[in-house]
Design a protein around this ligand. Structure first.
Ligand SMILES: Nc1ncnc2c1ncn2[C@@H]1O[C@H](COP(=O)(O)OP(=O)(O)O)[C@@H](O)[C@H]1O
Ligand SMILES: [Mg+2]
Length: 354
């Protein structure tokens, strides 16, 4: 085991250079690691805190130069092309590797993988053709493009076949999945780390509140019955083991009104619903990722204080002075220049102290 450890002083390569990469680089620095992020943007925000290399995801020569400068590679978003990961794997270990993104990039593959791994999901069906639209039964439902959706983008709620046909047109007749609408009592997520030795550790389950498809708040502890929390943890760990991943995976789930826990979607990387761990957990999700990909022991995941994480979206980040004046608030700004509507600019973690 020890010979597989990548020790402090080494460099962690990160594909993608947004806020998740930035916070991973900060956690790496705290443990004495260097970080180098890679992305096509010239002004990547991860580049404000650690070196950044500008390059396209299909530029294999640039990827080889990137890989030559690092000891291990991870990614901060699941839409890195599979070919990019494969190109990097020729030079250095990529953790969690290509398998998790193969499933996470495509909603139909992802749902089938969940079912195969023994995780329950909403009823769903493929919508590829007009005949699929005509034969749809998962209604009322949510139509989602199989690829490229995030923060509720590429989705439409549909009550009947007419609306389904209309929405499918609007989405450009792309390959879609229709999911039956889940009448949930709550949304939760499990963030699970899995080490090189196959050991797993699940962060305490967070209660998530979404608005317009975007995460607004995560509350820990979730306040849900112990049986629900245990089941959510079990599903998260089961997923991490099924993926055989080394790194982190977040599993978003629905808790139905009769207490069942269904898998919604996964992200094999740090997750917005885990940002509370920076201020309110013994180990942050970013440090845990560093530990996992470097072959270090996974950190403890005790809750230090009850907390509520609130995203700062668009102009909400202008209120930074108010948050700085609140003794219960811990402010995180991502260094993004322009506050476009719907853009995640930062977050605040409110701690219940004393
Ligand atoms: N089948 C469903 N039933 C009920 N609500 C859903 C369903 N699918 C998605 N949603 C709602 O939309 C949000 C975003 O959908 P999700 O599939 O997680 O896509 P994204 O990649 O945009 O996060 C979910 O968190 C949930 O609030
Ligand atoms: Mg989601």
């Amino acid at each position: 085991m020890r010979d597989r450890i990548i020790p402090p002083g080494a460099t962690i390569g990160i594909l993608g250079a947004g806020q998740l990469g930035r916070m991973t680089a900060l956690a790496a620095a705290r443990l004495g690691y260097k970080a180098l992020s890679y992305s096509p943007e010239a002004d990547a925000i991860a580049g404000q805190v650690a070196p950044h290399m500008q390059g396209e995801y299909d530029d294999t020569a640039a990827l080889a130069r990137f890989a030559a400068q690092v000891d291990v590679i991870t990614y901060e978003f699941e839409n890195v092309p599979e070919a990019t990961v494969v190109a990097c794997e020729k030079h250095k270990p990529v953790r969690p590797g290509v398998r998790p993104i193969h499933f996470a990039q495509h909603r139909l593959r992802e749902k089938a993988f969940f079912r195969q791994a023994g995780l329950g999901t909403a009823a769903y069906q493929a919508i590829h053709t007009l005949a699929d639209v005509a034969g749809a039964t998962a209604l009322p439902g949510i139509l989602k493009t199989c690829t490229d959706g995030y923060d509720g983008k590429g989705q439409a709620r549909v009550a009947n076949k007419e609306q389904l046909a209309e929405s499918w047109e609007k989405l450009g007749r792309r390959e879609c999945i229709l999911e039956a609408l889940v009448d949930f009592q709550a949304e939760v997520s499990a963030i699970v780390a899995r080490g090189l030795d196959g050991r797993t550790r699940c962060f305490p389950i967070g209660l998530n509140d979404h608005r317009d498809g975007i995460l607004r708040t995560t509350t820990v502890p979730s306040g849900l019955p112990a049986a629900v929390v245990t089941e959510a943890e079990r599903l998260g760990v089961r997923l991490a083991n099924s993926l055989e991943l080394v790194g982190l995976v977040a599993l978003e789930m629905f808790v139905t009104k009769d207490g069942r826990v269904l898998a919604n979607e996964m992200a094999p990387r740090p997750h917005n619903s885990g940002h509370w761990t920076i201020d309110a957990c013994t180990t942050s999700q970013f440090e845990q990722l560093v530990r996992a990909v470097c072959g270090l022991p996974l950190g403890a995941v005790d809750v230090l204080a009850p907390s509520r994480m609130e995203n700062l979206i668009g102009d909400e980040a202008n209120d930074w002075l108010r948050y700085l004046s609140d003794p219960t608030a811990r402010l995180h700004l991502y260094g993004k220049a322009k506050a476009r509507p719907g853009r995640k600019m930062g977050h605040v973690t409110f701690l219940t102290l004393g």
